[in-house]
Design a protein around this ligand. Structure first.
Ligand SMILES: NC(=O)c1ccc[n+]([C@@H]2O[C@H](COP(=O)([O-])OP(=O)(O)OC[C@H]3O[C@@H](n4cnc5c(N)ncnc54)[C@H](O)[C@@H]3O)[C@@H](O)[C@H]2O)c1
Length: 354
């Protein structure tokens, strides 16, 4: 461990991580923590008593009830409960709150009262932590902080891609249209749309302004439409560059990000389902695509204008960012590149998808 002066975890010790909420994001965060050699999972807390809670202990994790009442109901349901959220927090250096939108914000007072570092997810507002995180853009400003918010799936992709163009000095302004998946696969019996497309009522949609909570200098406008599928989001972008540039220069700029994967239609990666199938064939847990998958052969440059499209696996993209945010808050790794490389290696994020 490259512990620096500000580290709140003793040299040589693993960072103890609690996960509150074992849903789409929480279960993936827990699995990712288990893969890090500098972290241990103290346990997970939730409110459910069905298979979703039962799988926690089957996976070998300690299960805690969100409150005493929840812990009791879990016990009555025959679950092996280790205690309450309070007990879990007492055993952690940092808590990653993955409860549903607006629930996490209510837990903030308790985390602060305990002096416990905490990470919120993108459903919460920037103001809840005062800091919004994307590893390649602003890791340094999160080091030693009490809290940060890992921005939403769409916003993470926007910041990753625009930061790569900005680093290369190519970004003037960016305008994007986001085709958003209607619901998550495990909930598709319950919600989602069919046979229609639902435009978001406001322009800009919230993702552009949200990207500016990470980097206020980004000149970005987004529009969004909900589409009747569950696999992933698809973004189309028009970027005005600072100057004329070649396609090769643009691709080289995107390649400076280890979390943007260039893919090709002419190699058979023709749609969201093909890319997900590839992730399954690679043996990624939950078929996770952690990278922004950007079509290199589709990308076009016309003078100083740039056009491209990419896929965002909404369930997976924020997982590596969350792992990096843990290292930044605890100060156990003092520079972004080192943390990103460690996370990438542990999660199997490599130079190419195939
Ligand atoms: N699903 C996505 O694609 C996605 C992507 C990026 C960010 N996010 C954000 O991540 C956060 C979590 O979203 P999700 O999709 O994983 O939600 P989810 O509904 O899949 O999971 C939430 C989990 O929290 C549990 N829970 C509910 N109330 C609780 C409480 N009071 N205490 C403890 N546990 C409780 C639920 O039982 C469930 O297991 C939200 O902020 C969301 O906006 C979601």
């Amino acid at each position: 461990m490259t512990a620096g002066k500000e580290s709140t975890v003793a040299e040589g010790q693993k960072t103890r991580v609690a996960v509150n909420g074992y849903g789409v994001i929480g279960k993936r965060v827990a699995a990712a923590v288990m893969r890090q050699d500098d972290m241990s999972l103290s346990g997970v807390s939730d409110v459910v008593t069905d298979w979703r809670a039962r799988i926690v202990t089957r996976n070998g994790f300690a299960l805690f009830g969100a409150t005493g009442e929840h812990a009791e109901v879990m016990r009555v349901a025959g679950l092996d409960v280790a205690g309450t959220l309070g007990d879990l927090l007492a055993q952690a250096d940092v808590v990653v709150d993955c409860t549903p939108k607006h629930v996490a914000a209510k837990n903030v007072d308790e985390y602060r009262r305990r002096g416990l570092k905490f990470i919120l997810q993108g459903g919460e507002k920037h103001a809840a932590t005062g800091h919004s995180f994307v590893a390649e853009a602003n890791y340094a400003t999160a080091i030693g902080r009490d809290a940060t918010r890992v921005v939403s799936c769409n916003t993470t992709s926007v910041v990753r891609t625009l930061t790569a163009l900005k680093r290369a000095g190519l970004l003037r302004r960016a305008r994007g249209t986001l085709l958003r998946r209607a619901t998550d696969p495990w909930e598709s019996h319950d919600s989602g749309i069919m046979n229609t497309l639902v435009p978001e009522p406001d322009i800009p949609s919230h993702q552009g302004p949200d990207a500016q909570t990470v980097d206020p200098d980004l000149d970005v406008v987004t529009m969004a439409v909900k589409v009747p599928e569950t696999l992933a989001h698809l973004h189309y972008w028009t970027v005005q560059m600072t100057r004329q540039a070649s396609k090769e220069e643009v691709l080289a700029a995107f390649e400076t990000s280890s979390r943007i994967a260039l893919i090709r239609i002419d190699e058979g990666l023709v749609a969201l389902n093909s890319v997900k199938e590839l992730m399954a064939d690679r043996g990624r847990p939950h078929d996770n695509l952690y990278e922004v998958a950007l079509w290199a052969d589709m990308l076009r440059v016309q003078g100083d204008e740039l056009f491209y499209a990419y896929m965002v696996d909404n369930q997976a993209i924020v997982i590596p960012e969350t792992i990096d945010a843990i290292r930044a808050l605890t100060g156990t790794v003092q520079d972004a590149a080192t943390s990103i490389a460690r996370t990438n290696a542990a999660l199997g994020i490599e130079a190419a998808l195939v």
